[in-house]
Design a protein around this ligand. Structure first.
Ligand code: NI
Length: 181
């Protein structure tokens, strides 16, 4: 168990499509310690979420969740979740714009369009099924993390580049280390 180095944009591995985890391997020491490393690394970085490719492992595992979010004090907490082999299905074509940052793109933020409401399915750390319909910031975090599993970083989703900037300039009062994904 350890805090791992987070890869930054420019690393080819961040652009790869990650491999699914065979269901029978979820209980293995390899996968269980990878999950622990993801959680520890996310917490050490004050992150809202983290995907396995961000620590150099091209497998379909993401972790996310937080009690409260300083950027979005009105948003509901997102439950601590370990999601393996996720599938996202948009509820409809409605999208909304919101701010995003990424631990692999440190110091920057931009407004990114995401589906407002989604269903997501996958397996948890015990191999049990997760099947949720969520909206708002929860839906945004899941879409951001699962994008890491198909080689997409949020700057590749930005439509209005006039919103792309440095966190310390865009949000002068904010702790720049807080709550990126
Ligand atoms: Ni990210």
């Amino acid at each position: 168990m350890s805090v791992r180095k987070i890869l930054k944009m420019g690393e080819p591995l961040l652009l790869q499509v990650a491999q699914p985890v065979p269901a029978e391997k979820i209980g293995s020491l390899e996968i269980q310690s990878l999950i622990q490393d993801l959680i520890e690394t996310m917490h050490a970085a004050n992150g809202a979420g983290l995907a396995a490719p961000q620590i150099g492992i091209s497998q379909q595992i993401v972790v996310f969740g937080f009690e409260k979010n300083q950027r979005y004090p009105d948003e509901d907490p997102v439950p601590q979740t370990i999601l393996i082999n996720p599938i996202i299905t948009p509820f409809d074509s409605t999208k909304e714009i919101g701010w995003e940052g990424c631990l692999s793109v440190p110091g920057l933020r931009a407004q990114v369009p995401r589906y407002s409401k989604i269903r997501y399915q996958g397996l948890n750390q015990d191999g049990q099924i997760i099947d949720r319909v969520v909206e708002g910031f929860h839906a945004r975090v899941v879409q951001h993390e699962c994008d890491h599993l198909i080689g997409k970083l949020y700057p590749m989703r930005v439509e209005d580049f006039s919103t792309f900037g440095f966190t310390e300039v865009l949000f002068p009062g904010l702790d720049p280390s807080d709550q990126d994904e």
